[in-house]
Ligand binder design. Structure first.
Ligand code: G16
Length: 542
């Protein structure tokens, strides 16, 4: 039976950079999940009888929420829900399933790289029919609805058995429990030269893939160890755990330190890689060399034609504004366009749908292409394996040759986490207020060329998105960017992105923080980070 339940609005159900993210206890409040899911459904039109894809990264509260979503989808009139077995579907696999089965949309339960468990984070994202994150006009409508909601509808049917593949029903709606890996693995097989990668592993190539006890374990085991013949044990932390084993499932040099240390040691395998909570981020480390996500994007763009799915070349490259300009140099050489978008994968959707860009990437460890409408961690790893298999060189040789050809963009991001929100807002407001007067000023030995607050004009739908980050450009081509994260759940996270281009190959082997030392000092003094936030140094450096 379908029940209508009276409710009252909750404050703050505003989707951020990537869906609604809050602490688990917030989501556990009675009606909290239901209010948000009903607000999503109330913001959509034309889904009667259509298919909704549902899955999550397996974190704490995943299964309970999936049951609610299924029962509410039945009450709302969806014709079918496709749900990953065990409630598991990585973010890119969800995008793949939505596209392949021409679903109306999908609900992904994840807070990505944020920690999980009873006191950790949880999240709900809605993806539209192209498989990508809901664009801003949809998330704005969801937020507006959440502020006025007075009731929701839910079936009182028994819970669905999520562990047995096959078809059941809730009310009139079909529930199809699907293998979470199958469609995705098939898509990867169509894009990459699995034969060449098999030969690479057969020839003794070694690798460690750290799934960080998150969603990519089953995918990586099936594809790397199963289809491609990587040695058993290549995938570590391969079981998705509700609390990710107590770690942040964030593939960066801080949270994947064990992997990094291994790759810097004399026991290093040829390649180290990792993915995050929901499988859309990636980390690539060669023997003795970390590849920054910005460089990885540029390298993938320059070498994509080596993979069968991209052999005709790429149409364009898109990167988020704070991502380094390395990819732009590749685009220039290839004679294709490059696009600069605000942070948030949703901004790539129009460019991909319109065929303007083929490869996209972000400094925040996200890389992907037009094969789905999400960034895709395992895709990036397979692309690297394909490139390594064809070029028969080490990661370090490939990166070194890339820098020699295009120059090197030294790049680092400094994060100040859980800063007092009012102090962070004031810091940004002060910077914005000073933008007009910065040009021509000499700071720490460098001269400011121009400064602005990034605004994006979408070339496809004409929409304009403003206030996406303060950019300070220097006359030597260096750049510092300031913005507040849209994915945190406690206080504010100030992100500072620092970049310098170095064309001289004899200066390509410097240590990154040292090579950027003068800019790093300016990045702290210009907005007086210590005075305004009390922080002498960042919490995380990547
Ligand atoms: C999300 C978005 C990305 C964004 C990242 C960091 O990634 O999808 O586009 O770059 O957050 O955003 P922020 O700097 O606002 O914290 P994920 O992997 O968390 O879904």
């Amino acid at each position: 039976m379908i029940r209508t339940v009276a409710t009252t609005p909750f404050d703050g159900q505003k989707p951020g950079t990537s869906g609604l993210r809050k602490k688990v206890p917030v989501f556990q409040q009675p009606h909290y999940v239901e209010n948000f899911v009903q607000s999503v459904f109330d913001s959509l039109e034309g889904f009667e009888g259509e298919t909704l894809v549902v899955g999550g990264d397996g974190r704490y509260f995943n299964r309970e929420t999936i049951q609610k979503v299924i029962k509410m989808a039945a009450a709302a009139g969806f014709g079918r829900v496709m749900v990953g077995r065990g409630g598991i579907l990585s973010t890119p696999a969800t995008s793949c399933v939505i596209r392949k089965h021409e679903a109306f949309g999908g609900i992904i339960l994840s807070a990505s790289h944020n920690p999980g468990g009873p006191d950790g984070d949880f999240g709900i994202k809605y993806n539209v029919g192209n498989g990508g994150p809901a664009p801003e006009h949809v998330t704005d409508a969801i937020f507006a609805r959440s502020k006025t909601i007075g009731e929701y509808r839910i079936s009182d049917a028994e819970d669905v058995d999520l562990d047995t593949p096959g078809i059941t029903r809730v009310e009139d709606m079909v529930v199809d429990v699907i293998d979470p890996v199958e469609d995705y693995a098939e898509l990867m097989g169509s894009l990459f030269d699995f034969g060449a990668i098999r030969d690479l592993f057969a020839g003794g190539f070694t690798m460690r893939f750290d799934a960080m006890s998150a969603v990519t374990g089953p995918y990586a085991k099936a594809i790397l160890e199963g289809e491609l013949g990587a040695a058993a044990g290549t995938v570590v932390h391969g079981e998705p755990l509700p609390d990710f084993g107590g770690h942040h499932p964030d593939p960066n040099l801080v949270h994947a330190k064990e992997l990094y240390d291994l790759l810097m040691s004399d026991k290093a395998p040829d390649l180290g890689a990792a993915s995050d909570g929901d499988g859309d981020r990636n980390l690539i480390i060669g023997r003795g060399l970390f590849v920054t996500p910005s460089d990885s994007l540029a390298l993938i763009a320059a070498n994509a034609h080596l993979a069968p799915g991209y052999k005709a070349g790429i149409a364009g490259i898109a990167r988020s504004m704070p991502t380094s300009g390395a990819a732009d140099r590749v685009a220039e050489k290839l004679g294709i366009k490059s696009y600069e978008t605000p942070t948030g994968w949703k901004f790539f959707g129009n460019l991909l749908d319109a065929g303007l860009a083929t490869v996209c990437g972000e400094e925040s460890a996200g890389t992907g292409s037009n094969h789905v409408r999400e960034k895709d961690g395992l895709w990036a790893v397979l692309m690297w394996l394909n490139i390594l298999a064809v070029r028969k060189q080490s990661v370090a040789q490939i990166v070194g040759e890339h820098w020699a050809t295009y120059g090197r963009n030294y790049y680092t991001r400094h994060d100040y986490e859980e800063v007092d929100s009012a102090a962070a807002d004031a810091l940004m407001a002060d910077l914005r207020g000073r933008l007009d007067g910065l040009a021509g000023q000499m700071i720490g030995g460098l001269t400011v060329e121009k400064a602005d607050d990034f605004a994006y004009h979408d070339p496809v739908d004409g929409s304009v998105t403003t206030k996406q980050g303060v950019r300070v450009f220097f006359t030597d081509g260096s750049r510092i960017v300031y913005r507040l994260s849209g994915t945190g759940t406690a206080g504010a996270t100030l992100r500072v992105y620092i970049e310098r281009f170095e064309p001289d190959a004899s200066r390509h082997a410097l240590e990154t923080q040292g090579a950027l030392a003068d800019l790093i000092a300016i990045s702290r003094s210009l907005p007086d980070i210590e005075g305004r936030t009390g922080r002498k140094a960042p919490d995380v450096i990547t």
